[in-house]
Ligand binder design. Structure first.
Ligand code: AMP
Length: 272
């Protein structure tokens, strides 16, 4: 595995690659969720590029940019074990010019996650477009855990006619159900226990739907009930385009929840 710290290095290698390139963009502090993306990419491509870049433009003022977990040494080992070909770890200063063209994400990026974090997805799209330009992947891998991000990136690829396949990857969970996240390490023991109610509420929703309940109000009530002891930021039931649904559409519904534990926000969702 080669570690590349500059855009020039990566671009000069990339121009000589003629086979399939799989790309997995991350912010590091790699866990089994990231590893599942990397493994899928390894299986499906000749060359695998992983990036680790804690992107400042997607953090709002007062968010955890400075505290965001950084585990470069462990991440490098993980990428080596996963047989990554190129690990791209650029410096912030090389990624951004002083003044540059800004991408404006569509209105649907200002609901749910984007409502709580206005501008967040503008930053995500900006960095992902840059990373796509640098790595020019055939296939790019994203987790369903960040459902709204996945939807917006898929739209960006369509809107800008980028010749890239976006591959959606299943959510990886702890054995007790908690969706893996680099931010889980912020949880204390009690919060970690309480966090189980998040996935429990989604399973309860899935059970109701399996019993033919279709009214999203009833399903939301159930989720609220299971999570009543938590600080619930939002429950949303949307279609794949992120339009709110009154009735469940099998095969076209995502149920999303966000709960807050102090300053830590935990996202989870299920795709029907
Ligand atoms: P991040 O490092 O948080 O920016 O995440 C990098 C990629 O890993 C994104 O596409 C995430 O959606 C994905 N990811 C994060 N957590 C999980 C998980 N538990 N299961 C599957 N993919 C995940």
């Amino acid at each position: 595995m080669k570690i590349l710290k500059t855009i020039d290095e990566l671009q000069s290698i990339r121009k000589d690659i003629t086979s399939n390139v799989g790309f997995v963009p991350t912010m590091g502090a790699l866990h089994d969720g990231h590893i599942s993306l990397i493994k899928k990419s390894r299986k499906e491509n000749d060359i695998v590029i992983v990036s680790i870049f804690v992107n400042p433009t997607q953090f709002l003022a007062g968010e955890d940019l400075d505290a965001y977990p950084r585990k470069d040494a462990a991440d490098i080992k993980i990428c080596e074990m996963c047989k990554v070909d190129y690990l791209f770890m650029p410096e912030i200063s090389t990624m951004y010019a002083k003044e540059e063209i800004i991408l404006k994400a569509p209105n649907k990026s200002y609901v749910l996650e984007g409502k709580t974090r206005p501008g967040h997805f503008d930053g995500v799209l900006q960095v992902v477009l840059k990373l796509f330009g640098i790595t020019q992947p055939t296939n790019a891998y994203f987790g369903k855990k960040d459902a709204q991000q996945l939807s917006l990136i898929s739209q960006m690829v369509k809107d800008f006619f980028l010749p890239i396949n976006i591959i959606a990857c299943e959510i990886v969970r702890e054995s007790d159900g908690l969706a893996l996240s680099s931010r889980n390490i912020y949880l204390d023991e009690t919060q970690r226990k309480d966090s189980l109610l998040i996935s429990k509420s989604l399973y309860a929703a899935a059970t109701l739907i399996a019993k033919d309940e279709r009214d999203t109000k009833v399903i939301k009530e159930k989720i609220n009930e299971v999570m009543k002891t938590l600080e619930l930021e939002y429950v949303a039931i949307v279609d794949r385009e992120f339009n709110e649904l009154e009735n469940i559409e099998i095969d076209n519904t995502i149920i999303l929840v966000v709960a807050k534990f102090g300053n830590t926000r935990l996202l989870d969702n299920i795709w029907l």
